[in-house]
Design a protein around this ligand. Structure first.
Ligand code: PMP
Length: 461
């Protein structure tokens, strides 16, 4: 405005001087903005050197041309003619549509168009609308600090994701730090893979940071330093322990100090009985967390739906791996989940997960009561605040494997011996894992009465 007013009364020279002054001001403004932007970027934490973390196999992995074409076509305008795909013609499949009745009596509908998508190959990371939905879910529950740095890949349960993540970062012989005791599925995978599994003690708060520090600070010079840490932060399988925020923060700082990636395996996230604490993903400021979620305890174990959230360069390699193994998680399962989520919205999902966690909390209380009533003074345990398991130490009994498979089973009660959850399975351990997910209150009463008899007989020997 000032320029216009001044130009009206100025001669031509005056106008030129004004323009030059204005241009130079714009120039300096642009320079200042660039400088601010650079300073801003400079202050943002840099990406890690992900090449350092990749296994030899992951480093070699390249995109599959056929799978990438599926992705390209999925993103193209609907008028695109596809001569590239080896997809079958869905009109020949015997299925047309489906109605699924929910437990509240309402329905979700897979009309012929949804059904035809559900019967076809998908881009490897998953069905685009479901991925968007899951991203919203991650943002809502974990609010990653810079979500653009991560991407999601839907997997056949979190177990498929876990296997892919382990193979992403490990060569046979490489060390990995794990909770001890640890989920037997992961131990079995790592053992078969030939990883050097390094056990870190746990307590009622999950992975023990002091032991972790001790192991890392005394790492032998002759052995390759570990690059990854694997932990189950909530309602751990088998201990039922959950990490609080302070413990997670300390573990994260240790991971930072030693430049470790954290593999956060959290299938019991929605089975928390108290307010949930920030996840490793939420506190990740430099892209060192790979998070695994599972729908097995929330929607259905048989639908085999889980998802990996990983920094983009790592995510990309996981996708390349999945392209040449399962190709993608079941499209039918993904479509059913999508239709359900669209019907529920986030509020319906919240209500559902709250109902689930209340159920398991009530089961836990009943099981704790039954244990206290029938096994008093013969066992110790920490009461879980999440998940489906109680980890019991049997006092005065060293080999629970023998006790369970020979004596408890004869009295028709089955528990899982603790040895399944330790790296060295040749030793004997005084622990058992008690699951409270399936049994009725009556079965808890009867089962613990029987197990109490077994323990008393054993201790009397
Ligand atoms: N991680 C842990 C700690 C588990 O307990 C389980 C299953 N019980 C899994 C992963 C695998 O779950 P999913 O069914 O999602 O494959």
């Amino acid at each position: 405005d000032r320029l216009r007013v001044e130009c009206n009364r100025a001669n031509y020279v005056h106008y030129n001087i004004l323009m030059m002054s204005l241009c130079s001001r714009i120039y300096f403004l642009v320079v200042a903005l660039e400088k601010t932007q650079k300073e801003f970027c400079f202050n943002m934490p840099a990406y890690l050197d992900y090449a350092r973390f990749l296994s030899k196999a992951a480093t070699r992995r390249q995109p599959s041309a056929i799978r990438e074409a599926t992705q390209l076509f999925a993103r193209s305008p609907p008028t695109t003619i596809n001569f590239a795909s080896g997809s079958p013609n869905t009109s020949l499949f015997p299925f047309k549509e489906a109605t699924i009745t929910l437990i509240d009596g309402t329905n979700i509908q897979l009309d012929p168009s949804a059904m035809s998508k559900a019967l076809q190959y998908l881009p490897t990371p998953g069905q685009a609308d479901l991925l968007d939905w899951l991203k919203k879910l991650q943002d809502r529950y974990h609010s990653p600090q810079d979500f653009n740095r991560y991407d999601l890949c839907i997997t056949n349960g979190s177990m498929e994701g876990l296997g892919k993540v382990f193979e992403l970062v490990l060569n046979p012989g490489d060390s990995i730090l794990v909770d001890s005791p640890c989920y037997s599925g992961s131990l079995d995978f790592l053992r078969g893979f030939g990883a050097d599994i390094v056990s870190i003690d746990t307590d009622s708060n999950g992975m023990n940071d002091k032991h972790l520090n001790e192991i890392l600070s005394n790492w032998p010079e002759t052995k390759t330093f570990p690059k990854t840490l694997y932990t189950i932060p909530n309602g751990s399988n088998p201990t039922g322990a959950s990490m609080n925020f302070e413990r997670k923060k300390t573990i994260y700082e240790i991971a930072k100090k030693y430049d470790l990636l954290i593999i956060e395996d959290d299938p019991y996230y929605f089975l928390q009985f108290t307010k949930s604490e920030a996840s490793f993903l939420s506190m990740d400021i430099d892209g060192r967390v790979i998070r695994l979620d599972s729908m097995s305890k929330v929607l259905s174990a048989g639908m085999r739906l889980g998802f990996v959230t990983a920094p983009v360069p790592l995510w990309q390699k996981i996708v390349y791996h999945q392209q040449v193994t399962s190709m993608h998680a079941s499209a039918l399962s993904q479509m059913v989940a999508l239709k359900l989520f669209e019907k529920w919205n986030l509020s319906g999902f919240d209500e559902h997960t709250q109902r689930i966690s209340k159920f398991y909390e009530n089961q836990k209380t009943l099981m704790v009561d039954a244990i206290n009533k029938h096994l008093k003074d013969m066992v110790t345990f920490n009461e879980p605040t999440a998940g489906m398991f109680i980890w019991m130490k049997l006092l005065g009994i060293q080999d629970t494997r023998k006790l369970i498979y020979e004596k408890a089973l004869a009295k028709e009660v089955l528990l899982l011996p603790g040895s399944a959850f330790f790296v060295d399975q040749s030793k004997s351990y005084p622990f058992v894992r008690v699951s409270y997910s399936l049994c009725t209150p009556e079965q808890m009463e009867t089962g613990m009465t029987r197990f109490g008899e077994v323990l008393r007989e054993e201790l009397a020997c």
